[in-house]
Design a protein. Structure first.
Length: 240
């Protein structure tokens, strides 16, 4: 460390000197050190750094770690590749511990002509549901979670065909019930069990085939009421 003369302030270059080479004054054993501004700057910088670290520590303790990594969730579309316009479309937001509740999911149905935007919040199981009021047809469906302070964003796409929902066939009025027609009680009826005279044979046969969902040549209760509906309420679809 540099020494300086007590009287004139001249720098003493030789540590063994007893008298100042400039003014001749006797030097004390511990001559005062000249003020160093750079030394003061270093001290100030260190103080600022210490204060900043203290503020960061207090923030960390009060609000948790602001730079903690977010969990990365996944979106799973639960609805199959085909649905009716009366069914719910469902998508699930999953985290490490299962479904994530209370998060907003945007759902977009789009094709070459139209685009429909929907929004739904996940329930306690992490499932968001909508009943899409869209035209019938094929769509590309995009589901997106934008992310928040806890979770990163997530998205999922799927091709889905929206079909017309079938009527509730049994809710309509018919002359004969399925039980009336199923004489032997085996749970099935055939054309020979019914006496249909007011519908042309070719159209009647086509209605019957369209109602026989599994193609086994006979109708169960649901298929029977579907056939009755076509005979009584849906003749226009067959050109009558």
């Amino acid at each position: 460390m540099a020494r300086y003369c007590d009287q004139c302030g001249a720098e003493i270059t030789d540590d063994d000197e007893i008298f100042c080479s400039k003014c001749g004054s006797k030097l004390s054993e511990m001559a005062p050190v000249k003020n160093d501004s750079s030394h003061n700057k270093i001290i100030i910088i260190l103080l600022v750094v210490i204060i900043a670290l203290l503020v960061l520590f207090i923030t960390f303790m009060s609000f948790g770690n602001p730079i903690a990594p977010k969990e990365t969730p996944t979106l799973d579309i639960l609805t199959g590749s085909s649905m009716t316009n009366a069914e719910n479309f469902e998508v699930k937001l999953n985290g490490e511990n299962g479904g994530i509740s209370g998060k907003n999911i945007t759902i977009t149905f789009s094709n070459g002509k139209n685009s429909y935007d929907f929004s739904s919040k996940t329930d306690k199981k992490g499932i968001a549901k909508i009943t899409p009021a869209v035209e019938l047809g094929d769509y590309e469906v995009e589901c997106e979670f934008e992310g928040d302070d806890e979770y990163s964003s997530a998205s999922e796409n799927k091709s889905i065909t929206v079909k017309q929902a079938e009527p509730d066939y049994e809710s309509y009025s018919y002359t004969h019930s399925f039980e009336d027609t199923d004489k032997n009680g085996d749970g099935y009826v055939t054309l020979s069990d019914m006496h249909i005279v007011h519908t042309p044979k070719n159209i009647r046969d086509q209605m019957y085939a369209d109602s026989d969902d599994n193609g086994d040549g006979k109708l169960n209760s649901h298929e029977y009421y579907k056939f009755m509906y076509k005979l009584n309420y849906d003749q226009a679809s067959y050109g009558l």
